[in-house]
Design a protein around this ligand. Sequence first.
Ligand code: TTP
Length: 413
Amino acid sequence: MKAIILSAGEGTRMRPLTLTKPKTMLPVAGKPIIQYNIEALRDCGIEDILLVVGYKEEIVKDYFKDGSQLGVNISYATQSKLEGTADAIGYGKDFIKDSLITLNGDIILDVEILSEIIEDYEKSKPDTLIVLTEVEDPSAFGVVELDGDKIINIVEKPKKEEAPSNLINTGIYIFNKDIFDKIEKTEISPRGEYEITDSLSLQIADGKVVKGHKTTKEWMDIGKPWELIEINEELLNHIEGEIIGTVEEGATIHGEVFLDEGSLIRSGVYIEGPVYIGKNCDIGPNSYIRGNSYFGDNVHIGNAVEIKNSIIMENTNVSHLSYVGDSILGSNCNIAAGTNIANLRFDNKTVKTTIKNKRTDTGRRKLGAIVGDSVKTGINSSLSPGVKIGVRSTIGSGVLLYEDLESDMRVLV
Ligand code: TTP
């Protein structure tokens, strides 16, 4: 069995973080999203992996190269136009040997789900195996109708009361070669894409065996910025602490803390794990690093800074007397002294943010800011809960930013 991972998307809901990186390369708990799946496939004995790339593909290729560092063989196919999942999976036609496991690059799966479905496929040898999961409201998903474990119909985004079941398609498949015949016959959908669910409907109509495999294990789908915070939190809860860098006398470490080589924790720093700190970071003195925080390589945190439940990407500085809570800071940012990111509304209501021009309730009572790469804040600036700042923008000293800022902008008063 070989594998294909779809990673060509633009990740528009994840902007501004995806203005400079593909979504699948955003880091969580120490590595890019897609690396979790590559390693899980490898741990299930799958060595040949095709990455379908497109948007900012050079970042993926430069990072993984031929995969040998991870013990796998990675090859690449460029999907130059995002023409849909069937089009993307179609690149597997000349790559497949007997069967092909297909994953979206923006989910994180654990090894257990993978080994469970591979075992089921090998035992029952259907033409296609689709992984299903049960949800309370299936109306935003592809919902399946089953006869035993055979899928007899897939309905896209039905009204809740008209849904044939509560079982939804997770987008994880194992195919044999028949799917490529159906992909070739798939017509463009009303939303202008070649959709793999249409190819699956052609398989069902052709009497092929499309088996549903219901899983109760967790799979995580990452589309919106706060989901990155949530997945980071979930993954950090499974890390094992290890101190490779240096901890000065007078620093306190509780819980699981991973400190990579070349990093320094200065005196007076108080860390409550789980916390993951990359290479060559410099933390403190006297800072408070709270649980579920992840720092990429070369992050500098100054004196008396408090960080909580946040992702801080590589080469970013947070200067003295700042507070960063429930937030994501991109790479190469400079957060000046006394910058405060609010993460809780006065009225205690859930935080809203804007996704593709639409106000969206995040469902989170606590959410700070989502900050793109290379942003600078001035001293004593304040950011309101849920604001997003585009890449390379500057917030002047003392500014209270209460709405989103586009990229390459300056707010001085
Ligand atoms: P989506 O979630 O539909 O797209 P996206 O990741 O670009 O995000 P957004 O909706 O925020 O713009 O795609 C699911 C996965 O499939 C994702 O990993 C990208 C990948 N994909 C391709 O590789 N090629 C395609 O043509 C499409 C539609 C998706």
